[in-house]
Design a binder for this molecule. Sequence first.
Ligand SMILES: Cc1ncc(COP(=O)(O)O)c(C=O)c1O
Length: 489
Amino acid sequence: MITIPYLTALTTYFSYGLLFAFGQFRDFFRKIFDWWNSSNRQGYAPICLGNEDFYTRRLYLRIQDCFGRPISSAPDAWFDVVERYSNDHNKTLKRTDKVKHCLNLGSYNYLGFAAADEYCTPRAIESLKLFSPSTSSARADGGTTALHKELEEYVANFVGKPAAIVFGMGYVTNSAIIPVLIGKGGLIISDSLNHSSIINGARGSGATIRVFQHNTPSHLENVLREQIAEGQPRTHRPWKKIIVVVEGIYSMEGELCKLPEVVSICKKYKAYVYLDEAHSIGAVGRTGRGVCELLAVDTADVDVMMGTFTKSFGSCGGYIAGSKELIQFLKYACPAHLYGTSISPPAAQQIISAIKVILGEDGSSRGAQKLARIRENSNFFRSELQKMGFEVLGDNDSPIMPIMLYNPSKIPAFSRECLKQNVAVVTVGFPATPLLLGRARICISASHSREDLINALEVISKVGDLVGIKYFPAEPKKEHREDGTIKLD
Ligand SMILES: Cc1ncc(COP(=O)(O)O)c(C=O)c1O
């Protein structure tokens, strides 16, 4: 649980309150002006949702230069950020021809496969020539190539399940599969901080949804026990089935799932476990096989293993891995498989090649080196940030490390100041996080060198002082003397 300093909470509420009041004031005058000009279509309701439209116009647009920055190179350790300017107080942003060469601390390029790779890139190019960028067809029609079959075998084998099915998009994998697995009369118990694609899938399924406190197995057990005792709403019949949905690494918190506890509770109450490994597959575990490997959980105890190829594998798409029976059923019943165009062949080839490198099947030890590197880099960066006095969320070994900013004015300040010093960071605020919990989300890659990380730490430390986000006292720096003793600053 995040405990917000009292004064920070107060100033954060005050800042949002001020923005809200000022926005409402401007909207009031806008309504009068609109009524005067009457440009709206008579008799139609506004097409944009009220509150969300207000948020976009009055809060988001002020700082939109910090988001959606166009990039003009591969998302490697360093990349080129296109410079933009605005002539209308940030309402619209125009691209220039200039770029800023920045250290990339924002992409999910955990193993470095998203940039040109000596093994993967030539093979992806070859498959592009052979198959073209698109199959222009759904899997059940003409959209299954030999590559798609090979990919499903590789994925199943890599994650430790008998079979797998792949989709062209990670988001769709969750939002389309959950409604096929469960429906009315079923119960989904979801972690309170699960990704939007899971929430979307759960809502679209028609099943009853209950939420348990983020990564708190004791609360999960309470919810399960209570719901089993109560049964379905009104009829109180037993639930048709129960699925518990968790993530391997929570993408906004950088936290590892308490999977061993979740699995043992689910076994006790005969609930299925659905694990989303978008950020953990390939990134953690001795051989990159995700949280099951890292936390010594038998993959046989996880019923539905979901993951995406957009992070560690530098490609696109998602997968579901499970029993042969489950995957066969999904292939017959999932509309996204039956009616959606299949994953692009070069993207499929990229994933197969990345898995081969991770497993050492390319004949090199690059995969093992990358895995060792991402772990060392992540743990070094996290501990240095903590020593400097930042409030950093998440667990050791996780390549995601959110730095808490809280106040809405600190979100753009941190992002812009870092960019000025050629460090590109991703900042996240409401509604992607709770109102008070704005943060910068650092993603570390195996392709960052130690020098890159030290450079980034220096910039972040300076910006942290400037913006005032070091919420804890810094640890005294240690200087190792030649005689073997240590001097503290
Ligand atoms: C936990 C989780 N699941 C699913 C997705 C969707 O994946 P994709 O971006 O590959 O569509 C994401 C995206 O980051 C995610 O964090």
